[in-house]
Design a protein around this ligand. Sequence first.
Ligand SMILES: Nc1ncnc2c1ncn2[C@@H]1O[C@H](COP(=O)(O)OP(=O)(O)OP(=O)(O)O)[C@@H](O)[C@H]1O
Ligand SMILES: O=P(O)(O)OC[C@H]1O[C@](O)(CO)[C@@H](O)[C@@H]1O
Ligand SMILES: [Mg+2]
Length: 324
Amino acid sequence: MKKIGVFTSGGDAPGMNAALRAVVRGCIYYGIEVYGIRYGYKGMIDGDIIPLNSHSVSNIIQRAGTVLKSARCKEFRDPEGRKKAYDNLTKFGIDALIAIGGDGTFTGAKIFHEEYGIPVIGIPGTIDNDIYGTDKTIGFDTAVNTALSAVDNIRDTADSHDRVFFIEVMGRDSGYIAIQSGIGGGAEMVMVPETKTTINEVIAALKKGWSRSKTSSIVVIAEGDEEGNAFEIAEKVKSKVKDLKDIRVTILGHVQRGGTPTAQDRILASRLGLAAVEGLMKGESGVMVGVINDEVTFTTFHDSITKEKPLTQDLIRMVEILSI
Ligand SMILES: Nc1ncnc2c1ncn2[C@@H]1O[C@H](COP(=O)(O)OP(=O)(O)OP(=O)(O)O)[C@@H](O)[C@H]1O
Ligand SMILES: O=P(O)(O)OC[C@H]1O[C@](O)(CO)[C@@H](O)[C@@H]1O
Ligand SMILES: [Mg+2]
């Protein structure tokens, strides 16, 4: 293994730059050449590939986003697109890959690895934390803290005006950001795609609060909840509770994808970046590197994308008890 290509793909996540830095510095330390593939699979297909050196990753550990840029690339889903990508890698002499991204990125990496036999290791970088094989994904901790700080701010104004707020956080198919920012922010109710929560249950939780003289309430909703988005859920609640006081809806959106990476995310990213390089050197391939119980662990792409990572049931149970 002489030349590693590294890329970031899918939604960006705070800490991706720290992971890239660790990959580049790790390669240089072990005498391996390293190339950056810009815009994920799109850059692989377009041949947008640049050599990286130690200086290329100076002063980025603290920056969110990804200096390599990211993209969602339809063409890579087709065999013709992947053939173009492989031809470009051959042209540059790249003989191994490190993919930083989420489940979609790993699905593409798995197919590519199986088709062309090129060694690939994945690093989990997504705010959603929806990947099996690691306790946390890079970017999740920062996103939770961003969402939590927004919940705190909303609580201030909700309290002044005696209002009910429905706050939607990110997580296409996953309630990790919702449950953690909900518990941390003292929400009256958290709605996540992993468990079914009916509108009547939401109403019951709100009424319980009002019966105990609570004047304001917060409901945190993961964007993938089966009852709909925050506006739809607010409307459903309103239609069933005639004397409902003032309500407001806030969608936090992409604000959760930016922001200075937390210490936890920078350290996790640095650890996983170096472990990916060392893993390739030891012959690991077709796997994702993660940290479970503070230990570096390799999980096959197959398991990382197909096995479910369940929300801790204890956290779901806590919301009701602690919001009385
Ligand atoms: N089945 C597939 N075959 C080939 N490539 C795929 C496949 N699924 C996803 N990819 C590639 O991986 C890219 C990233 O996937 P996706 O957009 O789902 O983001 P992700 O990596 O899951 O990150 P996040 O969920 O954090 O946004 C896609 O744009 C596509 O190029
Ligand atoms: O606007 P985009 O890039 O399509 O991403 C939105 C999605 O990306 C994620 O933030 C993950 O990165 C999801 O939670 C969200 O649904
Ligand atoms: Mg994904």
